[in-house]
Design a protein around this ligand. Sequence first.
Ligand SMILES: [Zn+2]
Length: 303
Amino acid sequence: MNRPAVPFVALAVGCLLPFLFAAAAGAAPAAAAVLLAVASNTVLADVVTSVAGAKFQVRALAPTGTDPHTFQPTPATIRLLAQARVIFFNGAGLEEWWDKTIRSVKEPAVPVIELSQGLATLGISGADHAGRDPHVWLDPISVKTYADKIRDALSGVDGGNAGFYAERARAYRTALDGLDGWIRSEVQKIPPARRKLVTFHSAFQYFARRYGFAVEGFVVASPGKEPSARALAELARRIEQEKIPAVFAEADFNPKLLAAFARDAGVKVVTDLYDGSLSDGPPADTYINLMRHNVTQMVNALK
Ligand SMILES: [Zn+2]
């Protein structure tokens, strides 16, 4: 229950079976042949697994239900990084703990891939720090670029399976296109004037831009910051003015503040969007399921 070990987020069953089989047959453990890939959080670990299949064991550093911005690395985090053959993080300022953590790994002579690199990022309006918005992955079209980078990195480490990774990446891109089409048709169920988002932290700009929502506000510009009374009053005024039907909180963060606020402002509150962490099991146990769940919640609350 209390074990500090980072969970086997994405250890595919298909990866476990040959291992058991080999052990039963008395052969050399197949696990030795499975390479370790590490991703900074569970969402990225799922995307990596989608490309890697069972050729890599993929582990996440920040476990499910933790905030990927402010995750506190443990000695287990460092051990995992030291064993990895390839390391993935989002970048664009998401992982506030990243630089220090990577520096503490002895001889990180393996590729460290910043998945958001090269993609245009947006600023965070109203932020009191000059930050960029790191939540690029909430636009599935950008995740196609993540998949390409993952394919290239895995092929660089394990060139013998380059064709396998290319095929997996191609299939995943097709799945992301399917997700994109599904979201577009779902969003049609919301009257255009009601396609407005107010969320706990500012995570949905890329999603909103792709699917024609207006981001009307957020309670905190970035996690760990307390909103001022003035900012909350301003947001309440805006919700009334813009006739915002509902506000959304992310499951990774304490929803109490937004719930109390929504009660005062007289709007519906939805408290289980996911952005920087998967859930253990449904509804957001993969990146694609996370997106489908969020969109379903939005459509139900706003239509
Ligand atoms: Zn976030």
